[in-house]
Design a protein around this ligand. Structure first.
Ligand SMILES: [Zn+2]
Length: 351
C-alpha cells in the first residue's frame, strides 16, 4: 500500500511537471514545440513512515521484501551530517550501479518565505548574474527598483581553477605515457578522457580530484553570490537558465566539454544557499543577453585585447564594443541584460 501510494504520487508529479513545461512553452514569449517526455519512467523507492524506523545518525531499519516475506533489516550508513534543527523527511533508496544511496530531504524553517512572484510584485531590487568560462566565473549586478543596473561585482577564480585542472590533467597524461603496456596507448588522453564514464577512466583518483576542486570553486563562488545579494539588500537572485544551452557548452568555441562547465553547479548551489538565507534564486532565459549591448540594444562585437579585431563571433571575448561606441566587460553586459530582460518581463507588468 505504501509503495503503491509512492508510485502514484511519482506518476502524478511527473505528469504535472510535463504539463507545466508544455504550458510554459505555449504561453511563453517564444512558441516552440512540445517538451521531450521524461527519459526515464523508473522511479527510486520512496519510504514513507511505517516502512522505516529507528532512524538515527548511523543506521536505519528498512522494511524490505525478501521475495517471500517482509522483514525489518538494519542498515548502517555514512554521509554528511544533517543541518541542525532540520526535520528529516521520508528517505528514498537510490540505486546507482553497485552503490545504494539513501536520499533524505530535510525541512528547515526559513524566515522569509514569500515566493518570487510576491517579491516581484513588491518591486524589490534584485541581483542578476552572468556565468562565464573565463577568469571571472561569475559577474553580478544589482537591478534597482527603477530598473537601473548598479554595483558590478566580479567573482574571479577561473584562471586558478583552469591552472589546477591543467596540472591534474598533466599527471593523467604522464601517468598513461609512463606505462609501457601497449594496450594503454589506445586509451583516450586529456580532455577526450572526460567523455568516458568516470569509473572506467584510468587515473580515477585524479579525475575525482578534478571533480572535487571544481566543486570547491562552485561552492565558493555561489557563497559569494549569495553574500553579495545579502549585502545589497536584495531578496531575489536571477541566474541564467542553462538547460536549453547545454549543447552550446559542447561547442568548441568555449574550448570546454559540459564536464568542464562549472556554471550548472554554481546555479544549483546558489539556489540552495539562497534558500537557506531566506532569499529566492530563480533562472531566466538569457535571450540575446550575450549578443546585444545593454545600453542601446545594438549587436556587439567582442575581443580580448586592443590589438584584436572585435568580432560578433568571438564567443570567449572578455570585452565588447557596439557601433554606438559603448564598451566594457562582456560578462557584465550579459548580467545587465539578463537583469533588464527579467525586469521588463516581470516588473513592468507587475508595477
Ligand atoms: Zn551600445
Amino acid at each position: 500500500m505504501y509503495f503503491r501510494r509512492a508510485a502514484i504520487n511519482a506518476a502524478i508529479s511527473m505528469y504535472r511537471s510535463y504539463v507545466g513545461k508544455l504550458k510554459a512553452r505555449q504561453e511563453g514569449p517564444i512558441k516552440s514545440g512540445k517538451p521531450s517526455p521524461p527519459k526515464r519512467l523508473h522511479m527510486s523507492m520512496l519510504y514513507y513512515k511505517g516502512m522505516y524506523k529507528d532512524f538515527d545518525e548511523k543506521s536505519i531499519l528498512l522494511k524490505l521484501y525478501t521475495g517471500k516475506t517482509w522483514a525489518w533489516v538494519k542498515h548502517r550508513y555514512t554521509g554528511r551530517p544533517f543541518p541542525e534543527n532540520a526535520e528529516l523527511m521520508s528517505p528514498t533508496i537510490v540505486i546507482k550501479k553497485k552503490k545504494v544511496m539513501l536520499h533524505i530531504p530535510v525541512k528547515e524553517i526559513v524566515e522569509d518565505s514569500r515566493t518570487a512572484k510576491e517579491r516581484v510584485q513588491q518591486n524589490e531590487k534584485f541581483v542578476a548574474v552572468a556565468l562565464t568560462g573565463s577568469d571571472s566565473l561569475a559577474v553580478c549586478t544589482t537591478i534597482e527598483a527603477d530598473g537601473r543596473a548598479t554595483a558590478p561585482y566580479f567573482i574571479k577564480g577561473g584562471k586558478e581553477l583552469a591552472h589546477r585542472r591543467k596540472l591534474l590533467l598533466g599527471y593523467i597524461k604522464r601517468g598513461i605515457a609512463g606505462n609501457d603496456s601497449p594496450r594503454l596507448m589506445t586509451q583516450p588522453v586529456g580532455n577526450a578522457v572526460l567523455s568516458v564514464p568516470q569509473e572506467h577512466r584510468p587515473n580515477k583518483k585524479y579525475y575525482d580530484k578534478i571533480t572535487r576542486i571544481t566543486d570547491h570553486y562552485a561552492h565558493a563562488v555561489s557563497r559569494k553570490i549569495v553574500d553579495y545579494a545579502l549585502k545589497q539588500g536584495a531578496k531575489l537572485i536571477v541566474l541564467p537558465e542553462l538547460k536549453e544551452s547545454f549543447n552550446q557548452a559542447k561547442k568548441s568555441y568555449l574550448g570546454k566539454t559540459p564536464y568542464d562547465f562549472i556554471g550548472r553547479r554554481i546555479v544549483r548551489y546558489v539556489q540552495y544557499k539562497a534558500w537557506q538565507q531566506g532569499l529566492v534564486a530563480m533562472t531566466s532565459k538569457p535571450y540575446y543577453a550575450s549578443t546585444r549591448c545593454y545600453h542601446c540594444d545594438a549587436p556587439i562585437a567582442k575581443h580580448n585585447t586592443e590589438y584584436q579585431n572585435p568580432s560578433p563571433n568571438f564567443y570567449g571575448g572578455k570585452n565588447f564594443i557596439c557601433k554606438e561606441g559603448h564598451r566594457g566587460s562582456t560578462a557584465l553586459n550579459s548580467a545587465r541584460n539578463l537583469g533588464k530582460g527579467f525586469y521588463e518581463r516581470f516588473y513592468a507588468g507587475a508595477a
